[in-house]
Design a protein around this ligand. Sequence first.
Ligand code: HEC
Ligand code: HEC
Length: 298
Amino acid sequence: MTSTYLKRAAIFSFVALMGMGPLVLFTNNVGASSSHAGYQTTRKNSGTPNSTYVKIDSKTGVVIAYGDSAITYNAPSASLDTLGQALFLENCASCHGTEANGVPANGTSGSFPDLVGLGPATIDFWIDSGRMPAADVRAVQAIRHQARLNKNQALAIAAWVNSLDPSYPAIPTPHLKDANVSDGAALFALNCAACHTIEGDGDALASDTFAPSLRDIPAFEVVEAIRTGPANMPRFTGNLSDNQVRDIVAYVTTEIQHPENPGGFGLGGLGPVAEGFVGLLIGVGILILIAYWVGERQ
Ligand code: HEC
Ligand code: HEC
C-alpha cells in the first residue's frame, strides 16, 4: 500500500515539476522586450512632488524642496547657476548645445538628447555615475565610469539646466534609518530582479544593452535611477512610494552590496533562474531514485 502511494506521489511530483519548467524559463525573459529607443531616453518631468511636505520659493513660486521622513528632495541652490553655465559650456555644450536643447553649434538636432526640463536628479545621475560627458557617442548605451566632474560641479550644472525650465525630480537624500530591508527585498524581487537579477549582478537585455550590476552604487544614486529611469530602465514614480523606494534602497545598499549567504548552499550567487534549475535537477534526481527504489521492492 505505502509503496504504491509513494510511487504515485513520486510520479505526480515529477510531472508537476516538469510542468514548471516553461514557467521558470519564461521569467528570465521579462523586461527583455524593451528596445533601445534612439537617444532621448528620459521622460520630461519624471516624478512630481508627491508629498505631505512641499517647500515653495516665495519669489519665483518654484518648488525647491519636498519629501519628508523617507526621502527628501532638494533643488540645487540657484547661487550655483553661473558656475553651472560655465561648466556646461566647457563640458557639455559641444554635444547638447549651448542652450542644453540638444542642438550642437554645428550639428544636427536629434542626434543628442534635449536636456531642458529633465529635472536636477536626471542631470546629476548622468554626471555622477560618470556616464557624462559621453566617452563614445556611438555606443548603444553609455556605461558607468569614474566621475569626471566632482559632486559640486554636477550640482552646479544641474542647477543651471534646471533654471531653464524648473522641473522634477530634485536631488534625493534617502533616510535609511527606519528602512525595512525585508520589505525592500520583496519589492526588489517584484520590480527590479527581472532585469538586475535578485543578487543585483545585472544581466543582458535586448538589442545589445544590459542592466548593470548594482554593487557599489551610492544610496542617493539608486533613488535617482529609480525615480528617473535612465536609458532602458523604466522609471518608477507614482507606483512606488518614498517609503517603498527607501526600503528597496536599503536592500540594494546592504544585502546586495554586502551579501551574506542566509544559509544552505551558496552556489556562487548564480541568480534565481540558474539556482532554481539546480534545485529542480537535484529534486527530480532524488524523486527518480525514490521511484526506482520503490519499483524494485515489488
Ligand atoms: C561627446 C558628446 C557628449 C557630451 C560632451 C555630453 N553628452 Fe550627454 N549625452 C550624449 C549622448 C550620445 C547621450 C545619449 C546616451 C544614451 O542614451 O546612452 C547623452 C545623454 C545624456 C543625458 C540623458 C538624457 C536622457 O534623455 O536620458 C543627460 C542627462 C546628459 N547626457 C547630460 C550631459 C551633461 C550634463 C554633460 C556635460 C557634463 C554631457 N551630457 C556631455 C552625448 C554627450
Ligand atoms: C527593464 C529592465 C530594468 C528594470 C525593471 C530595472 N532596471 Fe535598473 N537599470 C536598467 C538598465 C538598462 C540600466 C542602465 C541604464 C543606462 O545605461 O544608463 C539600469 C540602471 C540602474 C542603476 C544605475 C546603475 C549604474 O551602473 O549606475 C540602478 C541603481 C538601478 N538600475 C536600480 C534599479 C532598481 C532598484 C530597480 C527596481 C525598482 C530597477 N533598477 C529596475 C534596467 C532595469
